[in-house]
Write a protein that binds this ligand. Structure first.
Ligand code: SF4
Length: 459
């Protein structure tokens, strides 16, 4: 990776005067940035953070306005804005962000990724692929147990989603939480979240994933920082699956104790993405695409990528996702990667699933992920039925949810009465198919020969 030195932003002054409606504001910002970078004495961390955030916002405005069709001049300005923001944050010199080039081109494909067309070919025997994937998983994820007297076993990390808010301003056409739908919406206060988390802790879960819709007034950085801090103090290994955040917001969450991020692009096809994400902050394809990179730069060490199978061509989407993983790995060599391939099983009444992915196809897609990234966590949720979860666990899955509720406030102690209206009454995002309890899933895994872990921190 070759780091680039950005040209001074002042070089852009004439062009900005001639082409930007907000020229006056931009020129003032440029001046402040150049001043802060030049004059060490005047530079405060807070000022640098604010200026970096403003450059970041400007950069995404350009990306959104150009909708992916960038000329050389645009690209060059985007790169300069990105590299100056990085300098202001005190980051190591690095090349500019270019994930779009990475997902659309085979120029940097690793050896396994170059084999994807062969593996995806229906003529390539599935049993050969699954056998190879199982061998690679056994090699990479087996652990010695019981002081070494027993043979090594494959480890499986269990986690639980902790839904905290079903408020959402986005209009994702395939989602039961989307803005215009009249569902029972809930936003949990910090103490309610901690209560839910403690129920999960009593069930064994040391690793919990905060999941929320996107409602900026309620699901703010401050709200998440408070949640993460509270959970972290309770000894929970905290992950987040929330709206894409700014670099500064991710940094604040890292300070509060967040350890991992799951952020699925849904589809890497930009045109399809626009048809499914019609309004709201999530409509920005680029803001979402670069979120994992912003999170990694802010210090999040484990990042999960994914696509929502059913929205677009699965082969093209998984190929792009793996290229994105390769791109991130090249830029952050110590980053731990995870991949997940949730399928849409049920959608709101007015949404027809355009690409049906069969069980066999799902097995092929996951096996290909394993062969492309031998050390990545492969994650499977309770959307899938128990029998298929068992089959995939044997082949390549290393992390799975269990006993999940997809509604905020959906976990109850055994002594508490169940909600009389069932999960729909609480407003669940999608129905759970594997309805076994966490204990049942853990017992089944142990019986199937796995070593069950309830967090990544467990030795
Ligand atoms: S997918 Fe997420 S962002 Fe989109 S409507 Fe559902 S909860 Fe909101």
């Amino acid at each position: 990776m070759t780091a680039l030195t950005p040209s001074p932003l002042l070089h852009w002054s004439d062009w900005i005067r001639a082409s930007d409606h907000h020229a006056e504001h931009r020129l003032k910002l440029i001046e402040q940035v150049e001043q802060a970078l030049l004059d060490d004495r005047q530079r405060s961390d807070e000022l640098c953070r604010q200026l970096a955030a403003q450059l970041e916002r400007w950069r995404y405005q350009i990306l959104n306005e150009q909708n992916g069709s960038l000329d050389e001049k645009d690209r060059s300005l985007l790169d300069d804005l990105d590299l100056h923001a990085n300098q202001l944050r005190g980051g190591e010199p690095r090349p500019p962000r270019r994930p779009l080039d990475a997902i659309r081109s085979d120029a940097r494909d690793s050896e396994p990724i170059a084999k994807l067309p062969t593996w995806f070919d229906a003529a390539y025997p599935l049993d050969q692929l699954t056998a190879a994937a199982k061998q690679v998983t056994d090699r990479g994820f087996s652990v010695q147990v019981s002081g070494g007297s027993e043979a090594a076993k494959r480890r499986m990390v269990l986690y639980a989603p902790l839904y905290v808010s079903s408020e959402c301003v986005n209009h994702c056409t395939y989602c039961g939480f989307r803005y215009p739908l009249k569902i029972n919406r809930t936003h949990l206060h910090v103490d309610q979240v901690l209560e839910q988390s403690r129920i999960l802790r009593r069930r064994g879960f040391g690793h919990q994933l905060i999941v929320a819709g996107d409602y900026p007034r309620h699901t703010s950085t401050e709200y998440f920082v408070e949640l993460i801090d509270g959970l972290h103090r309770d000894g929970i290994e905290v992950g987040i699956e929330i709206a894409a955040q700014s670099t500064e917001s991710y940094a604040a969450m890292v300070d509060a104790g967040v350890r991992s991020l799951a952020l699925y692009q849904e589809t890497f096809d930009e045109a399809d993405y626009q048809t499914y994400h019609i309004r709201g902050p999530k409509a920005s394809f680029h803001w979402r695409l670069e979120a994992p990179e912003r999170a990694a730069e802010a210090g999040i060490g484990r990042i999960g990528l994914g696509v929502l199978l059913g929205l677009s061509d699965p082969v093209a989407d998984v190929t792009a996702m793996l290229r994105h993983g390769q791109y991130l790995r090249d830029r952050f060599p110590n980053l731990q990667l995870a991949f997940s391939l949730p399928r849409i099983h049920e959608a709101p009444d007015d949404f027809d699933i355009p690409y049906q992915v069969t069980d066999e196809m799902l097995v092929r897609l996951y096996s290909v992920c394993r062969l492309s990234f031998p050390d990545a966590e492969l994650v499977l949720s309770t959307r899938e039925p128990a029998a298929l979860r068992g089959q995939l666990a044997q082949i390549c899955i290393t992390q799975m949810s269990a006993g999940s509720s997809t509604a905020p406030g959906g976990y109850r102690d055994q002594s508490e009465p169940e909600c009389p209206g069932g999960p729909e009454c609480l407003g669940e995002q999608f129905p759970v198919t594997d309805e076994r309890s966490a204990d049942e899933v853990a017992a089944w895994l142990i019986q199937s020969g796995f070593e069950v872990r309830w967090s990544f921190l467990q030795p």
